[in-house]
Design a binder for this molecule. Structure first.
Ligand SMILES: O=C(O)CCC(=O)C(=O)O
Ligand SMILES: [Fe+2]
Length: 313
């Protein structure tokens, strides 16, 4: 029997980057997902972020509503419970979330499309601890992409100048406890694909995350304590002509024993720079991939945000 999501230790990256990239991408090719153990994101940074996350979501609804990011397509700040729906899904997900974006230099040309993140005054450590986690996951993602580049036969730094000012987003997710059963057909997160290049996910130890294998089976993604879940998004799929697939995934409602427990998970959606033209890699097309027309990261993002209801058509 195939063992899906066998953790790939990040220590291998330091010994042999190509071997790390191959192990990671072998898992991506099979399921679109991989689990990375021994990652180097500082535990203190993770803990401080989680503490600030819990404090923020515990604030009164009207306080959180001051940070509503709906005008900007939900790309920064707060999105209330019951707002986002997965593409093609009639029901909104049973979650609320916060988005922290990149802290750009004052004179950055990317400011025209990338808004600042609101500062949260009610939780003293919020701005600092979310920024620290954003930066740590940004760096971790850059290193993961070195492995991906080597696997694809590209120079190891190939992604560096294509993601260094990317519109990457740290999402703090809160799925509240479900003391009474949710209405028919609603789930914590409906089946969807991620839009970005890769996603680095912390906090998936609380069960519920599943990935749809191409055989049609939903696979439980149950990372060991302290591991990172990494998955390919649509932009990486498009770049690799489908060789590294953006796999459909969802978060199920808790089992009866776990209904009292909230779920806090933290995906970091790593994006390309907005002006990067996503053009399929010739090597992947030669491998038998299916090429789609080139599109800029910004145009692609807007197309997808309309589909999930965060930007009105
Ligand atoms: O909460 C999770 O484990 C996954 C969340 C997710 O897939 C998303 O927000 O895109
Ligand atoms: Fe997702």
């Amino acid at each position: 029997m195939i063992e899906y999501f066998k953790p790939v230790p990040f220590s291998l990256f330091r010994k042999d980057k190509k071997a790390f990239g191959d192990a990671l991408c072998q898992s991506f090719r099979e399921t679109g997902f991989a689990v990375v153990s021994e990652h180097t994101v500082d535990q203190g940074i993770i803990d401080r972020n989680l503490e600030a996350t819990k404090a923020f979501f515990a604030l009164p609804e009207e306080v959180k509503a001051q940070y509503d990011g709906r005008d900007g397509g939900g790309q920064r700040g707060y999105t209330a419970f019951g707002t986002e729906n997965a593409k093609g899904n009639a029901h909104a997900d049973l979650k609320e979330f916060w988005h922290t974006g990149r802290d750009l230099p004052v004179d950055s040309p990317y400011r025209t499309t990338m808004a600042d993140t609101p500062s949260v005054s009610e939780v003293a450590s919020f701005d600092e601890s979310t920024r620290a986690l954003y930066n740590a996951l940004d760096e971790m993602g850059r290193q993961i992409l070195e492995g991906v580049a080597l696997h694809l036969g590209l120079p190891e730094g190939w992604f560096d100048d294509k993601v260094n000012f990317g519109n990457s987003i740290l999402r703090l997710l809160h799925y509240p406890p479900q003391m009474s059963p949710p209405s028919e057909g609603t789930v914590r997160a409906g089946a969807h694909e991620d839009i970005n290049v890769i996603t680095l996910l912390l906090g998936a130890e609380e069960a519920g995350l599943q990935a749809l294998h191409r055989s049609g089976t939903w696979l439980d993604v149950n990372p060991p304590e302290g591991a990172l879940v990494i998955n390919c998004g649509d932009m990486l799929q498009r770049l690799t002509a489908g060789v590294l697939p953006s796999t459909t995934h969802r978060v199920l409602n808790p089992t009866p024993e776990r209904v009292k427990f909230p779920r806090y998970s933290t995906p970091f959606f790593l994006h390309f720079n907005q002006d990067y033209l996503i053009d399929p890699l010739p090597g992947c097309v030669a491998e038998g991939g299916k090429a789609e027309p080139a599109i800029t990261a910004q145009d692609y993002l807007m197309e997808r945000l309309r589909e999930i209801g965060l930007v009105k058509a």
